[in-house]
Design a protein around this ligand. Sequence first.
Ligand SMILES: *Cc1c(COP(=O)(O)O)cnc(C)c1O
Length: 475
Amino acid sequence: MTPEEFRAYGRQVVDWIADYYERIESFPVLSQVAPGEIRAALPVDPPEQGEPFADVLADLDRVILPGITHWQHPSFFAFFPANASGPAILGDLLASGLGVQGMLWATSPAATELETHVMDWLATLLGLPGRFRSDGMGGGVIQHTASDAALVALLAALHRTSGGSTEHVGIAAGRYAVYTSGQTHSSVEKACRVAGLGGDALRKIEVDPVTLAARPEHLRELIQRDVAAGITPVLVVASVGATGTGAVDPVRELATIAREHGAWVHVDAAWAGVATVAPELRWLNDGVDLADSYCTNPHKWLLTNFDCDAFWVADRAALIGALSILPEYLRNSATESGAVIDYRDWHVPLGRRFRALKLWAVIRWYGAEGLRAHIRSHVSLAQEFASWVAADERFELVAPHPLALVTFRLRDGDDATRALMERVNASGELYLTHTVVNDNVALRMSIGSPLTERRHVAAAWEKLSGETEGHVSAE
Ligand SMILES: *Cc1c(COP(=O)(O)O)cnc(C)c1O
């Protein structure tokens, strides 16, 4: 593709994306295709001759769009959001255009230095403790996902606990244990498997039935039992905004217990952490000053296209110790001087995309003020939605909802609750998902799309309420 052709098709692609956002509300939120339908519309064999790019664009509308679940739709209330935004898309496009590999400082100094700089900016914006900043012993790095963050936190923890021996001799089964709340994301169990500890190394901390937060006393019991059996506590993962219900663990108490036993403390705030751009939500950071590592995903609720997980460590030496290997072909004078960061030592792969560019574009376009307004609008819509649920006696709220996730159910029970979800999702008018809270099915209304306005949340409630049998209580 020549620069002239690129210019022409590039304009068409940008127009296509702008048109997509203009007509996004005309699509059913949840894709309505059956399994295999998309592949059946594609040629069996790859093309022998090159095809015009216009044909690709035509197939995008014809074949691909019907199989898209519209995550950017203003009535997408499922899972957690995966925000996209104009500045992030453009920043990502620029990163693709530059096409650099930022594995070492020397392979593109700007890729490394911009990343260090925007991670310090983000730490400031979120009110995170100074120990995570790059000017001390700590520092931030963009990981692909929060799952990668949990894995590298575990590897750093094993490095620190074992004095560096696990990198060479591996891990004997039954030697180390990891602790996290029963509400925690499955990524912690996956990290245990990937790191070679095995799923059995994971201990689930019981949660309080009302707040759904991990109970510190139970963590203490679990650790004491392990220590008595000769098992070393290596990592405690506290959740700020657990995936099912948004539960916030008592980080300070959990971290205090973990530190008594030398265990690494990782705080997983994948969804909720970015909310602390709003100072009134900084209570979410309580106890984070005791953590060894912390992560939150701008790719969920902070307007930055997937993938972008912001991960900080208080002492980068353990992370680098766990992941650094320097083969001859990567040796260079900048690395040898010790004056630069080589981010290849901060994550699992070698190569890395220039993801700082999209985060930089987002922070500059919106400013702190714009980012706060984005979070606040969703929090306030969720509070209003929760008040409608609370006022209707056919429904009940099942968990605290201080942010933009509201979990609720029908008093009629699990079958009715699940059937309601299936009916509203099949309508294509909105999309929401479910979880299980205290053994009961609950629906999750997760508000976070940049396009969501009050009218979309009101329409969702009207749909949920209208699809429910029984009398609406008088308000
Ligand atoms: C979404 C989520 C994850 C996983 O996020 P990825 O970035 O997709 O790996 C982990 N933990 C929590 C609390 C989450 O909400």
